[in-house]
Design a protein around this ligand. Sequence first.
Ligand code: CA
Length: 233
Amino acid sequence: MEVLIVEDEPEIAKLIRQTLEKENFSCSTAANGLKALKIFQQQQPDVIILDLMLPGLDGLEVCTRIRQQAYTKDPYILMLTARGEEIDRVIGLSTGADDYLVKPFSPRELVARVRALLRRSLRHGGQNSQVYQTKHFTLDLDQHTATRQLDSKSSETLDLTTLEFNLLATFLSYPNRVWSRTQLIDKLWGNDFFGDERVVDTHIRRLRKKIEPDAANPTFIKTVVGVGYKFED
Ligand code: CA
């Protein structure tokens, strides 16, 4: 497992590196955001430990730029924040971080968090797997099939357009992550999109009609007011 550590304080970077190397992770480090983006493109790490306060590009900006790259492997991002950065922390999660850790933290806690992120990836079949599975949904990316479990005995095949399928796949690839409309557009249309980002709402509405027991009171695709959407199952 490849981990990229983005931290401008050398002592902390060193501590994180030693801790993770002891657990057999292979680590690279970057002391600023631009360097982090460069290493990210070259090495495609599985996990990025990303300090929020960085010189130049800060952690949020780095996070956003990584998430906007539609066709690279999506790493897990663990954001490091200092105490009292409560609001920044929330923004961090909506920019696409998967988890956060407040400084100072113990090496043991760090390892536990990284392992938890990777377990999550295994449970969903691993990031390179072609099947996404949650409690009620199974998406096979190779076969392009989507099924929903109705109860313990029966399931139904969902009749989705390619766009709806890709939208659901994006949600299932990271359950519980909050996505902004811009992030969803980047995932679905890449850089070719010109138009009103509210188009996302239209597709969400259609998808809800197909997958939610009650589209007016969605249980799977939740609206996050002021930010966008997230998938829960
Ligand atoms: Ca810092």
